[in-house]
Every structure is written in structure tokens, then in C-alpha cells.
Write a protein that binds this ligand. Sequence first.
Ligand code: ADP
Ligand code: ZN
Length: 517
Amino acid sequence: MPAPQDLLHSIFGFPGFRPGQEEIVDAVMAGRNTLAIMPTGGGKSLCFQLPALCRDGVTVVISPLIALMRDQVRALREAGVEAGALTSGNTEEETEGVFAALDEGRLKLLYMAPERLAASGTTALLRRINCTLIAVDEAHCVSQWGHDFRPDYLRIGELRRALNVPLAAFTATADEETRAEIVNRLFDGKAPESFLRGFDRPNIHLAFAVKDSPRDQILRFAAARRGQSGIVYCATRAKTETLAQALKAEAHSACFYHGGMDAEDRRRVEIRFQQEDGLIVVATIAFGMGIDKPDIRWVAHADLPKSIEGYYQEIGRAGRDGAPAETMTLYGPDDIRLRRTQIDEGAAPADRKAADHGRLNALLGLAEAAACRRQVLLGYFGEVSEPCGNCDLCQRPALLFDATDAVRKALSAILRTGEWFGAGHLIDILTGNATQKVREKGHDQLPTFAVGRDLSKPAWGAVFRQMMGRDLVRPDSDRFGALRMTDAARPILRGEAQITLRRDTVDKAVPRVAIKT
Ligand code: ADP
Ligand code: ZN
């Protein structure tokens, strides 16, 4: 039987679970009756698709939305999964195809419109094809008082009794009345395992910082939290070792952990972390699965995480006891360059790469957020919230400025030099720094030479970093990381769009204004 975690990567191409998904998948895998309440866009379908692929037999999925079923079936087939739908939207041919696949025992997922349940023979069919799990999407449709009431949903309870298999119900409607109705009608009043925890972990403080001296930044962060248990995540194995050494040199109790160590050494670190107070583990993302320590007080990222999902999972290891916990994530242009290159040079097909760039953009949007980070984070998972008061940006709002002019100058420097150079050289041109390379290339003769004297070199560095973060420019790995303009930048170049960037990361000399929210 394949493990859900493996299929998450290999079939769905996701870097990790989203909040809540893993617990739900575990419960469904174990064959327990479940009711999961997740916001729209939170990723419900994965919670039954993944167990369906890992378990024996066929999972029948009941959903009221024909278009959505067809979309899911198409997406699953494209990913190489045998799925089919029986709905009134089918052509005769499609229906025949589904029955043929069922007869040959090829299907893992059978989507079905609720109307089908009224047809005689449906229960017998599901029995014959070895249906071992019922998944019910939009489970609130069973509620007679809601707008979405579907009378055929009332037959689902009967079907569950007849087949005597576990049922997993999903909905975005969380009010108590609806929940009670779902429990009564789908589960005969016997409470299923329920999941309705929101995504938010309000006790975790969120903060990002631009990398300037990463080692010192981590050491300072740890020094202010001496004696507390914490995790530092690094992008490479080598870095975990050097950083652990640096922490030890400052008299912290610290050790490193990565996938290159043998199982016994890893186990030893896990046990120490579990048992000792105040140990710092410097680790790659190999560390964490199965770590169940409630009083981890802080998590720092020495490098930009891989995705928002990864970020959420990793910071989520802090403060499980509900007491205040802190996080800090360092990021810089090198991180962005590295992640982009990893995606571009990976073996994934083009559409997956585009999706990965999109996910990276979302993470960078969080890193360069202008206001409450938690709102951005929860918004990504489909949850609407108020400014939290417990993140760096709520406590110290970013100062914004209209950067349209600066960005246009930067784009013009990129285009006039044929998209063949990195930020360092471009900044020399913009600030009028006639280095040898600038003179050799004749770039001191360009109209853009010295047009950016109004900003300092570090200020330009921040503009370029934010341009990378907004995906206005991308490093091209075929050109040694030279920055190239993307289509997203065109409206700004043409003067059709404005852009606002953060001032506080642009110019450190600007005094920080603290506004109480
Ligand atoms: P809903 O909860 O509204 O049914 P979906 O199941 O359609 O949401 O998922 C919403 C989006 O989230 C989809 O585009 C899906 O591909 C994406 N998604 C789901 N799970 C993950 C994950 N673990 N990592 C990244 N993206 C995910
Ligand atoms: Zn906030």
C-alpha cells in the first residue's frame, strides 16, 4: 500500500500538506467515520483522493456539482489516476467507459451525482465493485434548512448502512445546526471524528527579516531566547553543521540533524530534543515529522522555506502547548535565485514548473507583505481574518513608497544591457558607479547610466529583491543568473501600472514608526 506522503509528492506534486489535511487523511486512512470542516479552497478533495489511492477497493465520491466532478476526474486522469464519473452530464460513451473500467477493476475513484442514489441497483453496483469508502463533498446539502438542500443526500445514510463502510463528509459550512444535521443524517447520530480547527495558530508570533549577516542574525535571535527549546531550519546539510557549531561556541546547547546522518544518530537527536530542556536543533526539513514536543518555544528559518505549505508546517511545530512562541524567517535575493533555479532545472513538466513558480511567488508575497502577515498566510489557505496584532508587521507597519519610477529605471537598465547582467552590475550602472566592467562594456555611455543616484546601493538592492519577489524579473539559469524581465513587468514599463514597494526594507536609515493597532 503506498504511503499518502509519497503520493502527495509523486501524484499531486505538492510540497507538503496544507493545514489540517494530514490529520484528516490519517483518520480516513484508518477507516474512521470523519467530518471535516474546511474553508473553500482549503484543499478538501485531497483529503479523500489521497486515501482513495492508498486504500484497497473503490471510493465513491458523492458531490452535487457536476462541473466540479468532471474537473476533478480530468485532473486525476492527467495525473495518471483511474477515476470516472457517473453524472447526467456524461455522454453515453463516457458512461460505458466508466462501467468497463469498473468491471475490469481499474477505477480507484468513482464520482457520482446524488440523483444516482435513487436509481435502483446503485447499492448493488457499489457492492459488486468493492466500494470501501464513501466520501461526501458539500455535506451540508443534507441540511433541510440550508439553501443547498438536495433531497437525494438523505439517501446517503442508508447507503452507508447498506455497504457498512466508513464515510468521510466534507463541508465549508461550520455552523452548529448544520453540523448536527450532518451527524444525524449521514452518521445516524453517532458522532464521527470531527475536524474543524481553524488554520490559525494565534500564539505563534510571525516575523520575517531580510538576510544581511545570516549567521549573526540567528545567533542574536537565539541569544535573546537562551535556554528555550528551538529549531533552526537550513537549506543545506553543511549549513546545519556549521551553524550548530557557532551556537555551541556561544555556549548554547545545540546539535545538528539532517538526512545524511545515519538513522541511529538521527534517533539520538530526536530523543535528546524530546527529553532535554533548552536544546536547539539546527536541521534540514528532514527534522520534524513525528516530532511531538509541545513546548518548542521558537522556530527560525536561516533560509527561505520551499513553499507556504512548508513554512506553515515548520513554524507550526512551535508552541503546540498554546503558550507564546516565536518565529523568524530570513530571506534574501540569493534564496529567490536558488529556488527559481531549482524549479527551472528540475525534471518536472512545464505546467508543474509554472505552478511551482506561482507557489514561490505566493511565499515571496508573504515575505514582502505590506500589512499583517497572518492575514496573508491565512488568506492563502482561504481563511479570512482581521489584523492579528501578533506579527512583526502589525507591531511595526511597513513604510511604503511609490516605486514606479525606480522600477522603470531598473527595467530599462536590464533591457538596455540585453538582459545579460545580474543585480550588482545593474546597480553600478544605475548609481553611476563607473567600475572597470561598466566602462569595458560601454555601459557608462547608456542613457540609464547614473539615473538612479537618488537611491543608495542597498536601497537599489532591496528594489531588485522585491522585483524578484514580485516576479517582475527572473534570474535566467542559462545566462548565469542574469535578470530577465517577465511579462508581469510590461504594464509598469509602459507606464500603465504603478507599483508600491516597502520603504523600511529599502532604507534602513528611515526611522521606524510604531503604530499601535
Ligand atoms: P476545496 O477545499 O475548496 O474543495 P480544493 O480541494 O479544490 O479545495 O483545493 C483548492 C486548491 O488547493 C486546489 O488548487 C488544490 O490543487 C490546492 N491544494 C490542495 N492541497 C494542497 C497542498 N497540500 N499543497 C498545495 N496545494 C494544494
Ligand atoms: Zn499581524
